[in-house]
Design a protein around this ligand. Sequence first.
Ligand code: CA
Length: 449
Amino acid sequence: MSNFDNNISRRRFIATAGATALGSLLLKACGNPPEDKPTTTTATAAKANISPEQVPETTKVKLGYLPIVEAAPLVIAKEKGFFAKYGMTDVDISKQANWGAARDNVKIGSSAGGIDGGQWQMPMPYLISEGIITDNQKIPMYVLLQLNTQGNAIAISGKHKGTGMGLKIDNAKAAFDKMKSEGSKFKAAYTFPKANQEFWIRYWLAANGIDPDVDTELLTVPSAQTVANMKTGTMDAFSTGDPWPYRIVKEKVGFLSMLTAEMWKAHPEEYLAMRSDWVDKNPKATKAMLKAIMEAQQWCDNFENRKEMVQIVSSRNYFDVPVDVLEAPMMGKYDMGDGRVIDDKSLASLYWKDAKGSVSYPYQSHDLWFLTESVRWGFLPKSSLATAKDLIKKVNREDLWREAAKEAGIPASDIPTSTSRGIEEFFDGIKFDPENPQAYLDSLKIKKA
Ligand code: CA
């Protein structure tokens, strides 16, 4: 830099600094700015101490959620003021009637009364991006953050009590064949097909030697109807997030065969994903949102905050459920309803750190497991395994998570160094090596592919 340029920069710096000082003086003279209802993004940014280059393009976003523990970080980010802290002062957290409604709402977007994104089971953002569950209309989406790990269970109707239907099912094949021959095939339900809950049920059954496509009947039931359906005997099992499985125990209509955390410790559960057009248009707002949710996840992960968290999420405005169906599971306490009692915080829904590392970071290796499992059951063609990694690179924006984490000052020890969590191991000893998904498929006895 020449002396001349140097002088100019220096003079500019003094001029800017002077203007700022003058601004502060004027503010002092007029008293403090009003605390409520900031009128512009810049005013909010100033209040929240956001550096000028991080001021979001918009303060507004509409996020869909389902009333289950997976949604807690979204609710807490809103209620604890974390969204506002990062400049997102108009975040609309919108309860979705069911997963199908969430899909339909993201398809139309918020400009048409829908949503910009929100909470998803995997691999829904992929199926939506590829048009597979949206009538061939491709709505590109980005996976941005994982909301939680664990926190789900498989509930079983009380009529099976005492038959040894746990994580491992006693004499499974004989018992299921008997039900089939008596014309009462075992019916297992989930809240949306071809996603998390169906995968957990299928994995559990197959690991016990039951072919879910041959030996059982699988059906979709919205979580709000599951308790009623189990009471009337129209289903034998169902899987979803708390509070629904625990409600079955509380209302004495059944028991829990297992927690999903017992099947796969620290397993990936649900995610934040957005329409990619919204993210591409609002990259700073995206990162502001991510920073807020990360802060909420750290808050939720602290068991000392969980009582308050349950009070907030169970309220009428959000889940609208009794506090006591959520409080015990959130503390890792499960009366399984069959005599077994679990008291282990490491098996509860986790939001920031689990036994394997980061919860919030969206590992691409987990997306690959969900896509591989889709191939296993014939939901996606075998050929999609060859292109899965390219698709994941397009949909999974872990790079944005990293940028947001750095901006938020997250310590390096909380930021994974690899996009892969490495080899995963399930309760039946099966291993998934993300470097070789075909070997995983080959190792499975029951599959369609
Ligand atoms: Ca779930």
